[in-house]
Ligand binder design. Sequence first.
Ligand code: NAD
Ligand code: MG
Length: 404
Amino acid sequence: MESSPKKKLILLGATGSIGGSTLRVLREHSDRIELVGVAANSNHAELATICHEFKVPNAVLSDQSAYQAAEQAHSFPSETQLSCGETALLELCTLPEADIVLIAVVGACGLKPALTAIEAGKDIALANKELLVLGGAFVIEAAKRNHVRLLPTDSEHNAIFQCIEGHPREHLDKLILTASGGQFRDRAADTLADVTPEEATQHPNWSMGPKITVDSATMANKGLELIEAHWLFGLEPDRLEVVIHPQSIVHSFAQYIDGSILAQLCPPSMTFAIQHCLLYPDRASGTEKTLDFSEAMQLDFKAPDLDRYPCLLLAYEAMRTGGSSPAIYNAANEIAVERFLAKDIGYLEIPKVIAHTLQETDASAVDNLDALLAVDATARQIARNYGNDGNDGDVQHRTPNIES
Ligand code: NAD
Ligand code: MG
């Protein structure tokens, strides 16, 4: 039997945590997937190493000075076409030979590359959730119009994708996203104000980039993922729930109208979801060991204590408000985390920045990308000014009524 042609992959965010897990999958399945393009922000040495190992013909560094350093060091293989900047990044997404683009850059900067790749007819493996929270309506519309696949690579959404495939949509009742509860799940509430960036960037179950690790602690990550689920699976907020599952073994549930609940399980490693997307609809042997039920294993579940996770409440509120609220939520969170990591604000100020920005930014719906990006920019400015513009940060926010 003739083997199927190799899938040709572009990997955006190749030097990050998802990027590294993707490379592990590629090493295992080099007969099925070929890397034809890679991009990173500034880590030129790492990107050059990747280009040498995988013989990548096209590479982009977004950061100009990193590009200049790489050019001076002649660190990339002579066969690699190296370019720089946003235009080059967007051009990379249209490479005629590419079949699929895995978007693993962090933050809303993933939106334009995603839309460009979709318009060029590429399938998308979507690890980056911020771009959907910012521009979900535009991304879903473009994907439908161009008949491309949006393959959910975030572990919860990949789990749901696997649990709902082949089932009539009218049979689905709700989706229940699991959450580890983050690294401060059991920490005394009166000590949370002292949380340092060093502590907030260590996760007990997952090895991830710094931004998502902080988001996991605040559960802004789960908030973003609820909105991501809304766009990917078309369910309204009252049919999207969250449950705390400290072991991160069950990656989410799909509940059907007869009460049956399906789950997807595997160890807490992103290689499972990444491989599922990259080989989809095919499957092959895994990159690492799966669960072994001959060993003792405990699976716990409990409802989140919502007082502990105001970022989760605010996400529900933004999702219910609709319009540009999710975009504002995302922008404010990105800036708040950036400021927290720079020790400019404290850990407990992260939700305050988000609440303040949601309150101060016009959340009317917008119908074009430029207007959306303008809302994003305004929200970022307001979030940056929080605490510096005379407000004391003591913002009241409504507590939305959520079930989970
Ligand atoms: P990370 O910080 O480890 O890596 C980010 C990558 O994006 C790096 O390669 C960086 O160079 C690149 N990048 C950033 N800005 C860029 C730009 N302007 N142009 C080109 N490249 C740019 O982040 P991560 O943990 O790998 O997360 C990536 C995305 O995947 C995030 O949206 C995150 O929420 C999502 N995600 C991550 C995990 C995980 O396990 N790490 C799980 C699920 C979802
Ligand atoms: Mg996730």
